[in-house]
Design a binder for this molecule. Structure first.
Ligand code: ZN
Ligand code: ZN
Length: 356
């Protein structure tokens, strides 16, 4: 993953120390693991920052937003969040995206994009509506203390079955195309801006949609699961389950590499597997059956800078003790609140230091 020439970049990435160039894109892995949370790898999530100031988050699986906080980026600066599908390892941190950004200083509605399915109840709008319904106590109990606008969510559900542009603003174009993953609904996402291009598979088995839409892209983040052997030996699955999980639901390493080789990106980032020193070699060997080009085996906090001249892959060095948005609460105090919910008299009168 390291390289000798870093073209003037620091060896490692430290939050808030580097401005992006006018045509630069920076991709940061917030979550790269499997649907189990572990300290070294959160569930799927990728941050894409552009030189024009836009910042997007693709997927927000469990635990990933803890890593987002560590990057010391005020939530207010995130342009929009996008989901590839409704598996919780891709959208489980929605509650944290919502409330973390609200309490963290967001003075505009949360903008979230996600795919439909072949039935409304399997669609993104249904998911968001019911998540928010389940947060009713949370919402109503906070709107008097926090800016009321921050509770609002603008949900943009788009058609999962088409290859189409779902976001086109400020020179940034984001295209959705179908992913073949268990059932109708999942998509992959492609971001294009000022000559930069990035494709994120979400979860997918090898598919013609990927071949058609990721050809020649600069950075391709494609999923691959651990090998079937590893799933049997290290995760304890029987062979049938290991094959189902590792090859029928996800892309096996060699399968992902087969697709990537035809897409021929400048950099292939493999993610969605447990990346340990004693298993990653086996995965790389499988990938190298088909892909001889540049490869990064993703870990959380992997940072990729892309310009016309180069693609730099580094690790971010972060603090475990970040207080988010410490210098970006402008307008927070003056933003309108809603009325406080009246607490029951018998509770209120038991306050030792009466406040209200
Ligand atoms: Zn999935
Ligand atoms: Zn997944």
């Amino acid at each position: 993953m390291t390289q000798a020439v870093r073209d003037g970049y620091a060896e490692q990435f430290y939050p808030r120390t580097e401005d992006l160039g006018p045509d630069e894109m920076r991709i940061t892995a917030l979550g790269t693991g499997r649907p189990f949370l572990r300290r070294s790898q959160a569930n799927a999530s990728w941050l894409i920052e552009l030189g024009n100031g836009d910042k997007f988050v693709f997927d927000f699986g469990y635990g990933s937003q803890m890593n987002f906080t560590a990057l010391e980026i005020p939530y207010q600066r995130i342009t929009a969040w996008f989901a590839t599908h409704l598996h919780t390892d891709h959208v489980g941190d929605f509650g944290q995206v919502w409330v973390g950004s609200w309490a963290g200083g967001r003075l505009k509605p949360l903008e979230v994009y996600g795919p439909s399915s072949n039935k409304p109840e399997y669609g993104f709008a249904h998911f968001i509506e019911h998540q928010m319904e389940s947060f009713r106590w949370d919402t109503d109990s906070r709107v008097s203390a926090l800016p009321a606008i921050g509770a609002e969510v603008n949900c943009h559900e788009f058609d999962y079955s088409k290859v189409h542009v779902i976001y086109d603003e400020n020179g940034v174009k984001i295209t959705s195309f179908p992913a073949v993953h268990i059932y109708d609904g999942p998509v992959s996402l492609k971001l294009e801006w000022k000559g930069r291009s990035f494709v994120y598979s979400g979860d997918t088995t090898p598919s013609e949609f990927m071949l058609e839409n990721a050809k020649g892209v600069e950075v391709l983040v494609h999923e691959t699961f651990n090998t079937v052997d590893q799933l049997m030996v290290r995760s304890g699955y029987d062979e049938r389950s290991a094959r189902a999980i590792g090859t029928m639901i996800h892309s096996a390493p060699a399968e992902a590499a087969y697709v990537v080789n035809q897409c021929d990106p400048k950099l292939f980032v493999a993610y969605h597997f447990f990346n340990d020193f004693d298993t990653v070699g086996e995965m790389e060997t499988a990938i190298r059956e088909h892909w001889k080009g540049r490869l990064a085996m993703a870990t959380d906090f992997m940072v990729v800078n892309v310009t016309d001249e180069h693609i730099i892959v580094r690790e971010a060095v972060v603090s475990d003790h970040v207080w988010p948005a410490k210098d970006e609460h402008e307008g927070f105090g003056d933003a309108p609140r809603k009325e406080r919910l009246p607490m029951s008299e018998w509770l209120r009168e038991r306050q030792v230091f009466p406040k209200f």
